[in-house]
Design a protein around this ligand. Structure first.
Ligand code: ACO
Length: 325
Protein backbone atom coordinates (compact mmCIF):
# COMPACT_ATOMS: atom_id res chain seq x y z
CA UNK A 1 0.00 0.00 0.00
CA UNK A 2 1.75 3.16 -1.16
CA UNK A 3 0.92 6.66 0.08
CA UNK A 4 1.52 10.23 -1.05
CA UNK A 5 3.52 12.03 1.63
CA UNK A 6 4.48 15.69 1.79
CA UNK A 7 8.27 15.51 1.95
CA UNK A 8 10.48 18.47 2.93
CA UNK A 9 12.95 19.03 0.08
CA UNK A 10 14.55 22.19 1.44
CA UNK A 11 14.33 24.71 4.24
CA UNK A 12 15.32 28.34 4.43
CA UNK A 13 15.26 31.34 6.70
CA UNK A 14 15.91 35.02 7.03
CA UNK A 15 16.63 37.26 9.99
CA UNK A 16 16.70 41.07 9.81
CA UNK A 17 20.16 42.56 10.34
CA UNK A 18 19.40 44.65 13.37
CA UNK A 19 20.07 42.89 16.69
CA UNK A 20 18.36 44.20 19.82
CA UNK A 21 19.98 42.98 23.04
CA UNK A 22 18.47 42.74 26.50
CA UNK A 23 20.87 45.52 27.50
CA UNK A 24 19.31 47.84 24.94
CA UNK A 25 15.81 46.98 26.22
CA UNK A 26 16.86 47.77 29.78
CA UNK A 27 17.47 51.33 28.59
CA UNK A 28 13.88 51.52 27.26
CA UNK A 29 11.77 49.87 30.01
CA UNK A 30 12.30 48.88 33.65
CA UNK A 31 13.92 45.49 33.05
CA UNK A 32 17.34 43.83 33.12
CA UNK A 33 19.36 41.30 31.16
CA UNK A 34 19.29 39.07 34.24
CA UNK A 35 15.46 39.10 34.52
CA UNK A 36 14.88 38.43 30.82
CA UNK A 37 17.52 35.68 30.61
CA UNK A 38 16.37 33.91 33.77
CA UNK A 39 12.64 34.05 33.02
CA UNK A 40 12.74 33.41 29.27
CA UNK A 41 16.20 32.33 28.09
CA UNK A 42 16.16 35.20 25.56
CA UNK A 43 19.40 37.18 25.13
CA UNK A 44 18.69 39.04 21.90
CA UNK A 45 16.21 39.29 19.04
CA UNK A 46 16.14 40.75 15.52
CA UNK A 47 14.10 43.80 14.53
CA UNK A 48 13.00 44.54 10.96
CA UNK A 49 14.30 47.80 9.45
CA UNK A 50 11.95 50.69 8.71
CA UNK A 51 10.13 49.79 5.53
CA UNK A 52 11.12 46.11 5.75
CA UNK A 53 7.81 44.24 5.54
CA UNK A 54 6.70 40.77 6.59
CA UNK A 55 6.52 39.81 2.90
CA UNK A 56 10.15 41.00 2.43
CA UNK A 57 11.29 38.62 5.17
CA UNK A 58 9.12 35.86 3.69
CA UNK A 59 10.55 36.39 0.18
CA UNK A 60 14.12 35.93 1.46
CA UNK A 61 13.17 32.80 3.42
CA UNK A 62 11.30 31.39 0.41
CA UNK A 63 14.26 32.05 -1.91
CA UNK A 64 16.66 30.30 0.43
CA UNK A 65 14.33 27.27 0.80
CA UNK A 66 13.91 27.04 -3.00
CA UNK A 67 17.69 27.23 -3.49
CA UNK A 68 18.23 24.45 -0.94
CA UNK A 69 15.63 22.31 -2.77
CA UNK A 70 17.27 23.11 -6.13
CA UNK A 71 13.99 24.52 -7.40
CA UNK A 72 12.48 27.69 -8.79
CA UNK A 73 9.02 29.19 -8.41
CA UNK A 74 8.03 27.32 -11.60
CA UNK A 75 8.21 24.09 -9.59
CA UNK A 76 5.78 25.36 -6.92
CA UNK A 77 1.99 25.56 -7.24
CA UNK A 78 1.02 26.62 -3.72
CA UNK A 79 2.21 29.20 -1.19
CA UNK A 80 0.80 29.15 2.33
CA UNK A 81 2.08 31.98 4.50
CA UNK A 82 1.49 31.77 8.24
CA UNK A 83 1.49 35.25 9.73
CA UNK A 84 -0.33 37.36 12.30
CA UNK A 85 1.47 40.49 11.08
CA UNK A 86 0.66 40.77 7.34
CA UNK A 87 1.82 43.82 5.37
CA UNK A 88 -1.77 45.06 4.99
CA UNK A 89 -5.22 43.92 6.08
CA UNK A 90 -5.53 42.67 2.51
CA UNK A 91 -4.46 41.42 0.03
CA UNK A 92 -2.66 38.50 1.61
CA UNK A 93 1.08 39.06 2.03
CA UNK A 94 1.43 35.66 0.32
CA UNK A 95 0.53 37.20 -3.04
CA UNK A 96 3.36 39.73 -2.66
CA UNK A 97 5.71 36.79 -2.15
CA UNK A 98 4.16 35.04 -5.16
CA UNK A 99 4.71 38.17 -7.28
CA UNK A 100 8.31 38.66 -6.12
CA UNK A 101 9.14 35.03 -6.93
CA UNK A 102 7.73 35.52 -10.44
CA UNK A 103 5.11 32.83 -9.91
CA UNK A 104 2.16 33.33 -12.27
CA UNK A 105 0.29 30.09 -11.63
CA UNK A 106 -1.12 28.19 -8.66
CA UNK A 107 -2.44 29.86 -5.50
CA UNK A 108 -1.09 31.84 -2.56
CA UNK A 109 -2.85 32.73 0.67
CA UNK A 110 -2.22 33.76 4.29
CA UNK A 111 -3.24 31.71 7.30
CA UNK A 112 -3.48 33.03 10.83
CA UNK A 113 -3.10 30.95 13.98
CA UNK A 114 -0.56 33.22 15.73
CA UNK A 115 2.37 31.19 17.13
CA UNK A 116 0.81 27.93 15.93
CA UNK A 117 0.49 29.33 12.41
CA UNK A 118 3.34 27.36 10.89
CA UNK A 119 1.96 23.99 12.01
CA UNK A 120 -1.54 24.96 10.83
CA UNK A 121 -0.02 26.01 7.47
CA UNK A 122 2.05 22.83 7.21
CA UNK A 123 -1.00 20.68 7.87
CA UNK A 124 -3.12 22.67 5.37
CA UNK A 125 -0.50 22.39 2.63
CA UNK A 126 -0.08 18.67 3.41
CA UNK A 127 -3.85 18.14 3.01
CA UNK A 128 -3.92 20.02 -0.32
CA UNK A 129 -0.97 17.98 -1.56
CA UNK A 130 -2.39 14.63 -0.48
CA UNK A 131 -5.82 15.45 -1.99
CA UNK A 132 -4.14 16.19 -5.32
CA UNK A 133 -4.97 19.92 -5.37
CA UNK A 134 -1.29 20.90 -5.21
CA UNK A 135 1.94 19.15 -6.08
CA UNK A 136 4.61 21.27 -4.41
CA UNK A 137 4.18 23.96 -1.79
CA UNK A 138 6.17 26.68 -0.14
CA UNK A 139 5.09 26.84 3.50
CA UNK A 140 6.35 30.04 5.10
CA UNK A 141 6.17 31.56 8.58
CA UNK A 142 7.00 35.28 8.58
CA UNK A 143 6.41 37.91 11.24
CA UNK A 144 7.18 41.49 12.20
CA UNK A 145 5.87 41.41 15.77
CA UNK A 146 8.01 44.48 16.54
CA UNK A 147 5.25 46.49 14.78
CA UNK A 148 2.47 45.36 17.16
CA UNK A 149 4.39 45.53 20.43
CA UNK A 150 3.70 48.15 23.07
CA UNK A 151 7.30 49.25 23.63
CA UNK A 152 6.35 50.66 27.05
CA UNK A 153 5.03 47.29 28.33
CA UNK A 154 7.95 45.38 29.85
CA UNK A 155 5.76 42.28 30.26
CA UNK A 156 5.56 41.75 26.48
CA UNK A 157 8.07 43.87 24.56
CA UNK A 158 11.06 41.84 25.78
CA UNK A 159 9.68 38.55 24.45
CA UNK A 160 9.27 38.89 20.69
CA UNK A 161 11.41 39.26 17.57
CA UNK A 162 11.10 39.43 13.78
CA UNK A 163 12.07 36.80 11.21
CA UNK A 164 10.94 34.29 8.61
CA UNK A 165 11.44 30.63 7.81
CA UNK A 166 10.20 28.41 5.01
CA UNK A 167 10.12 24.84 3.73
CA UNK A 168 9.47 23.37 0.29
CA UNK A 169 7.04 20.45 0.50
CA UNK A 170 6.69 17.99 -2.36
CA UNK A 171 4.10 15.23 -2.80
CA UNK A 172 6.12 12.01 -3.16
CA UNK A 173 4.99 8.43 -3.40
CA UNK A 174 6.19 6.49 -0.35
CA UNK A 175 5.65 2.87 0.76
CA UNK A 176 3.03 3.93 3.34
CA UNK A 177 5.06 2.80 6.33
CA UNK A 178 6.23 4.39 9.56
CA UNK A 179 9.67 4.65 7.96
CA UNK A 180 8.33 6.94 5.15
CA UNK A 181 9.82 10.38 4.69
CA UNK A 182 7.46 13.35 4.99
CA UNK A 183 4.61 14.45 7.24
CA UNK A 184 3.43 11.36 9.11
CA UNK A 185 0.80 12.91 11.37
CA UNK A 186 -0.60 16.37 12.17
CA UNK A 187 -2.81 17.31 15.10
CA UNK A 188 -4.31 20.79 15.45
CA UNK A 189 -6.34 22.24 18.33
CA UNK A 190 -7.89 25.54 19.44
CA UNK A 191 -10.06 26.74 22.29
CA UNK A 192 -11.58 30.22 21.98
CA UNK A 193 -12.44 30.40 25.67
CA UNK A 194 -8.85 31.55 26.12
CA UNK A 195 -8.91 34.25 23.44
CA UNK A 196 -8.46 37.09 25.93
CA UNK A 197 -5.31 35.66 27.50
CA UNK A 198 -3.24 36.66 24.48
CA UNK A 199 -4.60 39.04 21.87
CA UNK A 200 -4.11 42.28 19.95
CA UNK A 201 -6.32 45.17 21.08
CA UNK A 202 -7.13 46.40 17.58
CA UNK A 203 -8.12 45.21 14.14
CA UNK A 204 -9.99 46.23 10.98
CA UNK A 205 -13.46 45.29 12.21
CA UNK A 206 -13.08 46.01 15.94
CA UNK A 207 -11.31 49.37 15.99
CA UNK A 208 -10.09 50.23 12.50
CA UNK A 209 -6.55 50.28 13.92
CA UNK A 210 -3.78 47.73 14.13
CA UNK A 211 -3.52 47.62 17.92
CA UNK A 212 -0.93 46.22 20.32
CA UNK A 213 -0.22 42.78 21.71
CA UNK A 214 -1.63 42.12 25.19
CA UNK A 215 -0.89 39.03 27.22
CA UNK A 216 -1.49 37.48 30.60
CA UNK A 217 1.91 35.80 30.56
CA UNK A 218 1.44 33.74 33.71
CA UNK A 219 -1.87 32.32 32.38
CA UNK A 220 -0.30 31.40 29.04
CA UNK A 221 2.60 29.77 30.84
CA UNK A 222 0.23 27.81 33.10
CA UNK A 223 -1.56 26.16 30.16
CA UNK A 224 1.32 25.81 27.71
CA UNK A 225 3.07 22.66 28.95
CA UNK A 226 -0.09 20.62 29.60
CA UNK A 227 -1.86 21.57 26.33
CA UNK A 228 1.21 20.89 24.23
CA UNK A 229 1.98 17.60 26.01
CA UNK A 230 -1.64 16.43 25.48
CA UNK A 231 -1.58 17.02 21.72
CA UNK A 232 1.84 15.33 21.45
CA UNK A 233 0.43 12.28 23.27
CA UNK A 234 -2.35 12.25 20.63
CA UNK A 235 0.29 12.26 17.89
CA UNK A 236 2.13 9.37 19.56
CA UNK A 237 -1.09 7.41 19.99
CA UNK A 238 -2.08 7.92 16.34
CA UNK A 239 1.27 6.72 15.00
CA UNK A 240 2.61 4.29 17.59
CA UNK A 241 5.80 6.34 17.98
CA UNK A 242 7.08 7.17 21.46
CA UNK A 243 9.39 9.84 22.84
CA UNK A 244 12.27 7.36 22.49
CA UNK A 245 11.81 7.34 18.68
CA UNK A 246 12.28 11.11 18.32
CA UNK A 247 15.61 12.27 16.85
CA UNK A 248 14.86 16.01 17.17
CA UNK A 249 12.27 17.92 19.16
CA UNK A 250 11.62 21.25 17.41
CA UNK A 251 9.24 23.27 19.59
CA UNK A 252 7.82 26.76 19.09
CA UNK A 253 10.37 29.10 20.64
CA UNK A 254 8.48 31.20 23.22
CA UNK A 255 10.33 30.59 26.45
CA UNK A 256 13.16 28.20 27.32
CA UNK A 257 11.39 27.23 30.55
CA UNK A 258 8.29 26.06 28.61
CA UNK A 259 10.48 24.21 26.09
CA UNK A 260 12.55 22.42 28.72
CA UNK A 261 9.55 21.57 30.93
CA UNK A 262 7.72 20.05 27.94
CA UNK A 263 10.76 17.99 26.92
CA UNK A 264 11.17 16.78 30.50
CA UNK A 265 7.48 15.86 30.82
CA UNK A 266 7.68 13.83 27.58
CA UNK A 267 11.01 12.21 28.51
CA UNK A 268 12.94 13.75 25.60
CA UNK A 269 16.61 14.41 26.51
CA UNK A 270 17.63 18.08 26.27
CA UNK A 271 20.41 17.19 23.75
CA UNK A 272 17.62 16.39 21.28
CA UNK A 273 15.90 19.76 21.65
CA UNK A 274 16.48 22.48 19.04
CA UNK A 275 16.59 25.91 20.69
CA UNK A 276 16.87 29.29 18.99
CA UNK A 277 14.93 31.38 21.50
CA UNK A 278 18.13 32.74 23.07
CA UNK A 279 19.06 34.54 19.81
CA UNK A 280 15.71 34.98 18.04
CA UNK A 281 13.23 35.60 20.87
CA UNK A 282 9.67 34.53 20.07
CA UNK A 283 9.17 35.04 16.32
CA UNK A 284 5.64 33.55 16.44
CA UNK A 285 4.84 31.62 13.23
CA UNK A 286 8.44 31.97 12.05
CA UNK A 287 10.05 30.26 15.03
CA UNK A 288 9.66 26.59 14.02
CA UNK A 289 10.79 26.99 10.37
CA UNK A 290 13.71 29.15 11.56
CA UNK A 291 14.70 26.37 13.99
CA UNK A 292 14.39 23.76 11.21
CA UNK A 293 16.55 25.91 8.94
CA UNK A 294 19.23 26.43 11.56
CA UNK A 295 19.45 22.81 12.71
CA UNK A 296 19.43 21.37 9.18
CA UNK A 297 22.01 23.91 7.97
CA UNK A 298 24.45 23.08 10.77
CA UNK A 299 24.05 19.33 10.14
CA UNK A 300 22.12 18.35 13.27
CA UNK A 301 18.90 17.40 11.43
CA UNK A 302 19.71 14.81 8.75
CA UNK A 303 17.69 13.04 6.10
CA UNK A 304 15.69 10.21 7.68
CA UNK A 305 15.55 11.79 11.16
CA UNK A 306 12.18 11.70 12.94
CA UNK A 307 11.14 15.19 14.08
CA UNK A 308 8.48 16.22 16.57
CA UNK A 309 7.24 19.80 16.03
CA UNK A 310 4.92 21.52 18.52
CA UNK A 311 3.47 24.94 19.16
CA UNK A 312 1.05 26.91 21.29
CA UNK A 313 -0.19 30.44 20.78
CA UNK A 314 -2.96 33.02 20.88
CA UNK A 315 -6.52 31.71 20.64
CA UNK A 316 -5.39 29.47 22.27
CA UNK A 317 -4.22 27.43 19.31
CA UNK A 318 -1.84 24.51 19.61
CA UNK A 319 -0.65 21.51 17.68
CA UNK A 320 1.91 18.81 16.99
CA UNK A 321 3.37 17.35 13.79
CA UNK A 322 5.48 14.22 13.33
CA UNK A 323 7.70 14.49 10.29
CA UNK A 324 10.52 12.39 8.88
CA UNK A 325 13.13 14.67 7.28
N1 ACO B 1 11.48 42.86 33.55
C1 ACO B 1 11.42 42.89 34.88
N2 ACO B 1 10.32 42.54 35.58
C2 ACO B 1 9.26 42.14 34.87
C3 ACO B 1 9.25 42.10 33.46
C4 ACO B 1 10.44 42.49 32.81
N3 ACO B 1 10.54 42.47 31.46
N4 ACO B 1 8.05 41.65 33.06
C5 ACO B 1 7.31 41.42 34.15
N5 ACO B 1 8.04 41.72 35.25
C6 ACO B 1 7.65 41.62 36.64
C7 ACO B 1 6.16 41.62 36.84
O1 ACO B 1 5.68 42.95 36.88
C8 ACO B 1 6.02 40.92 38.17
O2 ACO B 1 6.30 41.83 39.19
P1 ACO B 1 5.45 41.81 40.56
O3 ACO B 1 5.74 40.46 41.13
O4 ACO B 1 6.02 42.96 41.30
O5 ACO B 1 4.03 41.97 40.14
C9 ACO B 1 7.16 39.89 38.15
O6 ACO B 1 8.08 40.35 37.14
C10 ACO B 1 6.73 38.49 37.83
O7 ACO B 1 5.86 38.53 36.70
P2 ACO B 1 5.24 37.23 36.10
O8 ACO B 1 4.40 37.61 34.91
O9 ACO B 1 4.63 36.39 37.14
O10 ACO B 1 6.58 36.49 35.59
P3 ACO B 1 6.73 35.07 35.00
O11 ACO B 1 7.73 34.29 35.75
O12 ACO B 1 5.40 34.42 34.71
O13 ACO B 1 7.41 35.39 33.58
C11 ACO B 1 6.77 35.57 31.29
C12 ACO B 1 6.74 36.21 32.66
C13 ACO B 1 8.20 35.46 30.86
C14 ACO B 1 5.98 36.43 30.32
C15 ACO B 1 6.15 34.16 31.39
O14 ACO B 1 4.93 34.21 32.05
C16 ACO B 1 5.94 33.52 30.04
O15 ACO B 1 6.89 33.21 29.33
N6 ACO B 1 4.68 33.26 29.69
C17 ACO B 1 4.37 32.58 28.44
C18 ACO B 1 4.46 33.56 27.34
C19 ACO B 1 4.31 32.92 26.04
O16 ACO B 1 4.70 31.80 25.81
N7 ACO B 1 3.74 33.70 25.16
C20 ACO B 1 3.73 33.42 23.85
C21 ACO B 1 2.74 32.49 23.31
S1 ACO B 1 3.02 32.76 21.69
C22 ACO B 1 1.88 33.62 20.79
O17 ACO B 1 0.86 33.08 20.39
C23 ACO B 1 2.14 35.04 20.42
Amino acid sequence: MSAIRSVVLGSGGYLPERVMTNGELSGMVDTSDEWITQRTGIRERRIAADGELTSDLGIEAARSALAKANMTADDIDLIVLATATPDNTFPAAAVSIQEALGMRHGAAFDLQAVCSGFLFALSTADSLIRSGQARRALVIGAETFSRILDWTDRGTCVLFGDGAGAVVLSGESQPGWRTDRGILSAHLRSDGRFKEKLYVDGGPSATGTVGHLRMEGREVFKHAVSMVSDVIEDAFEATGFTAADIDWFVPHQANVRIIDATAKKLGIPLEKVVRTVDRHGNTSAASIPLALWEASKDGRIKRGDLLLLESMGGGFTWGAVLLRW
